[in-house]
Design a binder for this molecule. Sequence first.
Ligand code: PG9
Length: 630
Amino acid sequence: AALLVCTVAGVAAQTPPMAPDVTTARVASPDMADHERRVVMIPMRDGVRLHTVIIIPKSASNAPMLLTRTPYNAVIRTRRSISPAMLATLPQGDETFVAQGYIRVLQDVRGKYGSEGDYVMTRPLAGPLNRSGIDHATDAWDTIDWLVKNVPESNGKVGMLGSSYDGFTTLMAIADPHPALQVAVPMSPMVDGWRGDDWFHNGAFRVQMLDYIAIQTSIRARGEPLATGVYDDYDGVLRAGSTGAYAHQFGLDRLNFVKKLFDHPAYDAYWQEQALDRILARRPLRVPTMTVVGQWDQEDIYGAYAVYAALEAQDKDNRLNFLAVGPWRHSGVNFDGATLGPLRFSGETALEFRRDVMQPFLDQYLKDGAPTADTPPVLVYQTGTNRWQTLQRWPLACAAECPAPATPLYLHAGFRLSFAPPADRQPAFDEYVADPAKPVPFIPRPVRMHDAAVWRPWLVGDQRFVADRPDVLTYVSEPLVAPLQLSGAPVANLFASTSGTDADWVVKVIDVYPDEVPSQPELGGYQLPLAMDIFRGRYRNSLEHPEPITAGKPERYRFALPNINHVVMPGHRLMVQIQSSWFPLYDRNPQRYVPNIFHARAADYVKATQRIYRSTGQYSTLELPVVSAR
Ligand code: PG9
């Protein structure tokens, strides 16, 4: 009766219980936001429009703009949390920009998410591989041109930055920069997909990238990861046989980028003409550029140093080309930098860098009236001692044209290492049997390649889990009596033979901690990888033209490992490990020479006996970038 009375009296008509609850009604929150979010479609010169999110502080006037061009969804990247505060909506790495009143711009690259046009994976610069005249340099140019004309809150100055793929698009922009592009900070940039970034390392293919390609290219938005049906990727990849067969299981061989990879297993023109260090070396450097990378970058550990080296020839007076290296994982500069795996550093190194070095560098070029930043040509974190160092150049030691020469570390009988050459006159070697049916894992099994908690710190993982395998040679030095400073890229210089006709060589330089570490007991005896990489033997004479190996013939394999800036402390020992597979991160070498390993048949996978020589005239060494007296 009460209900009836109300209705009749017209006090308040109640909503019927069955009124639909999903309607077209608009919800409006009070406008508490400290920023405005403009979403625009910016037209490019060919008429394609690129989806762009512009976040403008409400207080902005004459504010600089920071642009990132990404294939990873501009909307998601500007929604760290749902909040009226710009600080909370932008990613962690952007916090210092917000504090300085920057306008932040994120754009979907053509063909991804909200942008029109075709997506081409790491689209080559216009030239022999790209006759369309449209590339990331032109798209960045057109975007910056639009921004300076259409964002009245800006001061007309634009900086670009981003990590990994977004570091690649940043470098592309400086290949032909718009005049308003004042500064660039490529972080962990993808530079050369064959030599050592993302797809291959020295010709060995990273199988886990197939999943990335499925996610990135099966649809315009984010695709599904592979439903592999196995918990341990070691089993799944091994059972399939070749990488071609693995890809075929999931229909991935229908994707154009997979076809392109399978068509180009060697370092042919397809790869050489995309290598950004080579491209940028041929163009004038006009934009101050600080290239940033982590010492243990598990995805793009090659490119930052290569770009820095390529541009350095144009910057003898240290005005335009800068390098910064922290103790980080891939893209770690944008997250917490106090620890990596079990390693603890001197503080929150990533924030220290962003706040104290990168921000003043950006401000100098972008903020009206900002002071000149005191930016060192090279800023590197030295691990082992755990401190930042400012340097005039990088590297400090190398085979030629460095302040210090490389120092050979010799393999000796009894699996010892020493800076003195071995005296053996007779041919001497150590050997192991590499069986493609039982490849050496790159991390302890079960291998969950897509578990970020395992993947991100894997380059600092304790190597004890393989040190005693019969197919891993492990050499170790006496405990050091003085600190040993290593600042540059160690070079593996193997004299090796195989009973097969092709072989992979994986070489690791390791810092072995003392048996007891009272301040952090779990580091007792820890085998900390400093630099590790793989080399596919068929490319020993030419990266472009592979050749079979003559079975049983000792040959020289010389290849650079990733850069390090580390002090091996007294009481620690140096270790070198050598093996012939690193699975399932890298595809297996069948060990019988076939024209294209992607398509090797089951019968091509054969056991081989590998010999590593260590006698006069056939010394196997690690050429170490030693700076301090040992
Ligand atoms: N390392 C990733 C990538 C870059 C370029 C091509 C393919 C993958 C990334 O983190 O963006």
